[in-house]
Design a protein around this ligand. Sequence first.
Ligand code: ARG
Length: 483
Amino acid sequence: MTIARTSATAAGSGGLHPDVLTFSSSLSLDRALWREDLIGSLAHLSMLQKVGLMPAADARALHAGLCALWAEGAAGKLDFPEDEEDVHMAVEADLARRVGEPAGRLHTARSRNDQVALDLHLHVREQCAAVLELLGSFIDELASRAEAERDVLFPAYTHRQRAIPISAAYWLCAYGAMFARDADTFTFALNQVDQLPLGVGAIAGTSLPIDRDHVRARLGFSRVSLNGLDTVGNRDFALDYTYAVTRLLIHASRLSADIIDFATAEFGFLKLDGAIACGSSMMPQKKNPDVFELIRGKSARALGNHVSMLTTVKGLPGGYLRDLQEDRAPLLDTGPLARSVLEMLRLSVPRVTFDRERAKQALVEDYTQATDLAEALVKKGLPFRTAYQAVGALVMKAKGQNLPLAKVTPEAAREVNPAFDAEVLQCLDPLTSVARKVSAGSTGPAAVAAQIAALREAAKGAKERAAKVPRLETLFKTLKETP
Ligand code: ARG
């Protein structure tokens, strides 16, 4: 057992109480960071040798030991002793078993405070890249789907009441716009995490002639952190990441909420393919949207993780505090959670199809063209308020006769107001209503085409940014081949 203790630490005791070790160990969680930890050590080793702090023979032995550990990790055969404090000590203990005393040279000019910060930076960077890649593909798929669903129409809702006819393409682009903003947020998080924390030691740097820029270049960061006291207590990059994931999952949950509603018999606009619908153990007829309910439910976990991270940091004084180790559970949960939701969206959204007849019926049997009628009167020169009141009166009349707006005869309309001529009444057809929208950001065909193009750009940008991130596998390969 390699405990971070000396005779000074242990003075007056019979050794660390085993329950204290159990309570304080993070190994069960941070063993998941073995890749990040090994890569960090390989880069640190490369630097120690370069500046003359590591004899060549010891460097070779440690390099071989770290690479052997990676091979075991890749094969799922990592065999860390259970009685270590964390992954950093477990790796050191393992190296000591393999190469003996020279293992003790690896921690030269390094503290676990900057080491864990490095592992977390590498982890967050890797996860952001993986999420951004998936997000880029999903935004692209939403754009293609929008392209294909331009002539499916249904009502848009405000206050969950039928409002104005829109195309399904417009609805899809709305979610595309949310996810495109998320791609920007992940790009921001990637820029925040893009600085090397290693090399600040426990808090104040080192008297040894280290070369932080060498480590920075080997690990593909674009800058080194500015101040060690800040660096060892900094988890801002992790907060940006858990926030980005939380907002992404909230958007996924809002999309799910729409799909769940639209797939009910009451709305009836959407149908779920049998491959993504779950059944009931008692009610034989059920076809349930469990996948979308779970996506909505999982956003709660992302939010919980984010709040937990914020609360861990809140109120801490400057520098490293062991409280920070409590970032591990929420942080490590966040990436797999985000990726699982995106993968499930990519699998299930294509298996949701529109019932165009039911969707159109919701428009025909209602009053959603009222705003268009009012605008058509405005085009004829009426003040909007006058037009608005005239259409209100027409709706009242139709309702009195138990008729939808589309069934009102031109004669009946002209009785309400002579301005309701044939041209004005054309927009009673939902297709005309949608086609007449011309403003940027509207449901009109030209505006939707522009939205689809913008989403394709956003998808491309997301994928390009993700591709720029040096990935752990690639870093390891380089560090292995060029020590
Ligand atoms: N396991 C610790 C953590 O995850 C590593 C840093 C420990 N540093 C210390 N001074 N005890 O935060």
